[in-house]
Design a protein around this ligand. Structure first.
Ligand code: SF4
Ligand code: SF4
Length: 69
């Protein structure tokens, strides 16, 4: 029987590319709220348990900081 856990692309935010924008466009477009920000002085990060790998966020980030690992 086929498993139900198809492995989507793992995306993460590259801290070296992220400009820690005041308003994270990537975060705003994620419909499942998988991009999490705790501190506005730190780059946001992707909650792998919520992210389903649609990559919409990677298209929105102006600095190409959302990358596939
Ligand atoms: S992920 Fe992209 S849009 Fe979001 S804070 Fe970093 S550079 Fe800005
Ligand atoms: S890949 Fe899709 S689900 Fe995952 S963080 Fe980006 S917009 Fe959200």
């Amino acid at each position: 029987m086929m498993g139900t856990t198809a492995s989507p692309a793992r995306l993460y935010i590259d801290d070296n590319r992220c400009h820690t924008c005041r308003r994270c466009l990537a975060q705003q477009v994620c419909k499942v709220k998988a991009i999490v920000r705790i501190d506005y002085d730190e780059p946001p990060f992707i909650d792998v348990h919520r992210c389903h790998g649609c990559k919409v966020c990677s298209l929105e980030c102006p600095f190409d900081a959302v990358v596939t690992g």
